[in-house]
Design a protein around this ligand. Structure first.
Ligand SMILES: Nc1ncnc2c1ncn2[C@@H]1O[C@H](COP(=O)(O)OP(=O)(O)OP(=O)(O)O)[C@@H](O)[C@H]1O
Ligand SMILES: [Mg+2]
Length: 271
């Protein structure tokens, strides 16, 4: 590998990681997102991210998922200061937010239903982490208290006129309206960029930092919202004004639980 190609904002690499990627061709991901740095190294991917939460739990879940779901194999996980480095195998395929899929909404919806069914089919016995309402509200509480919530990125209707006065009011409402728990295996951030597909089948899931045993409607809510926004022009690209994201539930053959979808969509506004 050419060292100059691997310019980390976060500083020099931990030795273990540097040794494991030596000699590999390096390509930085051009898609700018939540502060994570992503490098493609042939059939490996390196993710470097600054986290408050220790991500050992998430890595344990990724390891537990091997053989149960198509997820990256963990090659090495290292922490240096408050930066965490995850070296993993590369999942083949392209993101389901790719225009190939957004221009084919029916195919896309079928893929997302396939993704949800794959998650919901995992036998959760022995899963090392639980991400239930208590765990999520505790994390949301920390974020609200420490003013880490970005209200600018929220849906227009969430805060202000006709909505909640602010993150504290939303947190209180969420605590007072906790839904009952329907445990399944939950990805935790089931948006289109985190679901990869190849030859019109789901090829894998990435970005598993919030994964664990969780409520069925948590992934359904975030997946539905992501499907909607990837087709309504929120991110530019394909715009299908007539597309109804509830097609996802038609494809799944289930009746949407509106209250739970709303609760989990609102909870995500605090993350
Ligand atoms: N193991 C992998 N195999 C293939 N592609 C990957 C892998 N890990 C990440 N990617 C690609 O990089 C993109 C960004 O990675 P990821 O989703 O983990 O980060 P993020 O959304 O920026 O991070 P976070 O939400 O954790 O802050 C993914 O959408 C995917 O396209
Ligand atoms: Mg992601």
């Amino acid at each position: 590998m050419d060292d100059r190609a691997l310019q980390f904002e976060y500083g020099a690499l931990p030795e273990n990681i540097a040794r494991l990627i030596a000699g590999r061709r390096c390509e930085k991901d051009g898609v700018g997102r939540s502060g994570a740095e992503i490098f493609y190294l042939d059939d490996y991917v390196l993710k470097a991210v600054k986290y408050r939460i220790e991500n050992e739990d998430a890595v344990r879940v990724m390891r537990w998922l091997e053989g149960r779901l198509p997820v990256p194999e963990v090659i090495c996980f290292e922490r240096r200061g408050d930066i965490q480095y995850l070296l993993m195998s590369r999942v083949p395929g392209r993101m389901t937010c790719d225009t190939y899929y957004t221009e084919r909404p029916e195919k896309l919806t079928a893929l997302l239903a396939e993704a949800l069914n794959m998650l919901w089919s995992v036998d959760t016995a022995g899963c090392p982490r639980v991400m239930d309402a208590d765990a999520l509200l505790a994390e949301a509480g920390y974020r609200v208290e420490n003013r880490l919530v970005d209200t600018d990125g929220a849906e227009a209707s969430t805060f202000g006129k006709g909505g909640f006065a602010g993150p504290e009011a939303l947190l209180k409402w969420l605590e007072d309206n906790r839904p009952d728990f329907e445990p399944v295996f939950s990805h935790g951030d089931l948006c289109l960029p985190n679901i990869l597909a190849q030859e019109d089948r789901v090829s894998g899931f990435v970005d598993l930092g919030g994964a664990g045993i969780g409520d069925r409607w948590r992934d359904a809510a975030l997946c539905r919202r992501s499907l909607r926004h990837n087709l309504d022009g929120t991110y530019g690209g394909t715009v299908r004004p007539d597309f109804d994201a509830d097609e996802l539930f038609v494809e799944l053959g289930i009746r949407p639980d509106r209250d739970k979808l709303r609760w989990y969509t609102l909870l995500d506004e605090l993350f």
